[in-house]
Design a protein around this ligand. Sequence first.
Ligand code: ASP
Length: 331
Amino acid sequence: MVSMPTPILFLFTGGTIAMRTDPASGAAVPALAGQEILAFDPEMARVCTPVVVDYGCFPGPHITPERMWEISEILERELERDEIAGAVITHGTDTLEETAYFLDLRHHSPKPVVLVGAMRNASELSYDGPANLRAAVRVAMDPASRDQGVMVVLNETIHAAAEVTKSDTQAVETFVSPVFGALGIVDEDRVLFGRRSLLRDPINATACEYRVDLIEAFAGADSRFIDHALATGAQGLVINGMGRGNVPPPMIPGIQRALDAGLPVVLASRCVQGRILDTYGYEGSGRDLRQRGILFAGTLSGAKARLRLMLALGLTRDRTQIGLLMERWAY
Ligand code: ASP
């Protein structure tokens, strides 16, 4: 008797991997459903049995936290089926690291989940979608991938959701993990892990507080954007600070107003690499902000810290608990 290859969930959400060049405009637009993407690799049916869910065909910038929540609900529901060994999720690379991290925070089963995309669309000679998809499937099926949470695979490289970021606007080797490096590689049909990520810290939230804003510090920045966030109902703030975690002094009155109003305010860094710390002691420094009650995002980017705060606020409004949820994983 011939046995069926292992069933793998394919959740298609869009991105360049699902795009073609529109002949009229010459620009890439959403075009392909899941089965059409899979058809580029006729051998895939020998590797696994695809269980296809077409969530949508959204460009990365059209993905919202509300959609991340929906994708997460579908993912966890499908993974409860015993026969499904793991999941591959196609996604636009622009927001791929955000959805990967959001899904990782809500993923509790040992089954591997791999996000994948492409930097060249299906009309281009060097379409990297099928090869990336095949590599992602190899990772999703590998026994060593179990209990590693949500991973990202592009260009034959495996990254942890909490650590990965898009670094190049157009290169196929765009995804990097600046602080700790990649988890492993895919070499033809073999998956080789060099390390495991020790930074996973899921949040068991059954709700999400979407009203959390991310505000960038820049030379000469003041409190106007913070005050606008407060006036329009923000329930939490993430400040993308400078360097080790510092902001221009004119941002301080707005941050203080947010803290006085009882909002959790989290400090991340615009730097792509490194950790937030209270090294400096001048006005607007990490130490100044710390003494006022700001929380530190550790090595998380501002965008990921925002998603973490959304789920933390979905779980509890207790300030001590939120402080623990935001900081315990990184220290
Ligand atoms: N702009 C595209 C998107 O995120 C980029 C890609 O998928 O590679 O949808």
